[in-house]
Write a protein that binds this ligand. Structure first.
Ligand code: B1M
Length: 236
């Protein structure tokens, strides 16, 4: 019987790598969802006097961009992407307090929640994590979110984007309830309203008056970056 001997890969000592090699290795580790390695690499770069914003951009966000593209193209699947998001979080846990200290601006801010009556949260969590991976601040309201909870969070956090998720044909119409309430409170034009979830489509988006329907989390990131960029360009 031939036994395939899988020679143990030579351990890579992250601390011995030059900066550019380490960043490349971190992209690989992020792709493979290795949280401990990402935390270690993040700390090494900080110890080498990299600013937290530079570590975030060069090592983590650009690594997540690769993940986003491969997820969109069907090369990576949901469990793998959830692992990469977990690894990203390990790096973010170290960077977040440091970014707050230097007052680094997030790419944008998003309030997200699954609508009233709906407890499906896997897609919503994925979208939220991918957005965080792209440098957005994400305020997650969880599931079964009532219109008044969205409004309270919007007033408190003043996000660029309101994201709503629904997985049931019976709960998706609630998105219109929220949008109508935004209109009646004069808040609608201050926000990009993004909707997502398996039963939705572009026709439904138009019917309820949302700004964008995103069929998956990777698209949500691409669209969010573009729309927030355009919005900020107009504002300045
Ligand atoms: Co439910 N369920 N479920 N369920 N469930 C569906 C949705 C269903 C299609 C199954 C079926 O019958 N074939 C069906 C809906 C039918 C319909 O409405 N026409 C259904 C039903 C009926 C129900 C219950 C009513 C069952 C019952 O109790 N009789 C009940 C409802 C509970 C409630 O919400 N009140 C129910 C309960 C559950 C569980 C609790 C058991 C569990 C949810 C666990 C959880 O989420 N924590 C569950 C699950 C897992 C599913 C299926 C199997 C998988 C959903 C999922 O997580 N998909 C689902 C069948 C299916 O879809 N194959 C089903 C993976 C996820 C990554 O995809 O959420 O679409 P998705 O997210 C995608 C995109 O849509 C997009 O990005 C993600 C991919 O990148 N996206 C966004 C999503 N939100 C976004 C937001 C954005 C942008 C993109 O910006 C804001």
């Amino acid at each position: 019987m031939t036994q395939e001997v899988n020679e143990t890969e030579e351990d890579i000592i992250l601390a011995e790598l030059a900066d550019d090699e380490l960043v490349e290795q971190m992209h690989d580790d992020l792709y493979d969802g290795l949280a401990d390695e990402i935390a270690e690499g993040t700390q090494i770069l900080l110890d080498r006097d990299w600013g937290p914003d530079k570590v975030l951009e060069k090592a983590l966000v650009s690594g997540m961009n690769i993940v986003g593209v491969d997820f969109r193209d069907g090369i990576l699947f949901i469990p793998e992407v959830l692992q990469t998001a977990n690894a990203m979080k390990a790096g973010m846990a170290i960077l977040s307090p440091l970014l707050a200290e230097i007052g680094a601006e997030p790419v944008g801010k998003m309030v997200i929640g699954t609508v009233k009556g709906d407890i499906h949260d896997i897609g919503k969590n994925l979208a939220g994590m991918m957005m965080e991976g792209a440098g957005f601040e994400v305020i997650d309201l969880g599931v079964n979110t009532l219109v008044e909870d969205y409004i309270t969070a919007l007033n408190e956090h003043k996000p660029d984007i309101l994201g709503m998720s629904a997985l049931l044909t019976t709960t998706m119409p609630y998105m219109k309830v929220v949008i109508d309430e935004l209109k009646s409170q004069g808040m609608r034009d201050d926000l990009i309203v993004m909707v997502g979830g398996a039963p939705l489509n572009e026709e439904f988006r138009k019917a309820i008056g949302a700004d964008t329907y995103c069929r998956d989390a990777a698209t949500a990131v691409e669209v969010a970056k573009k729309m927030v960029g355009e919005r900020r360009a107009i504002a300045t």
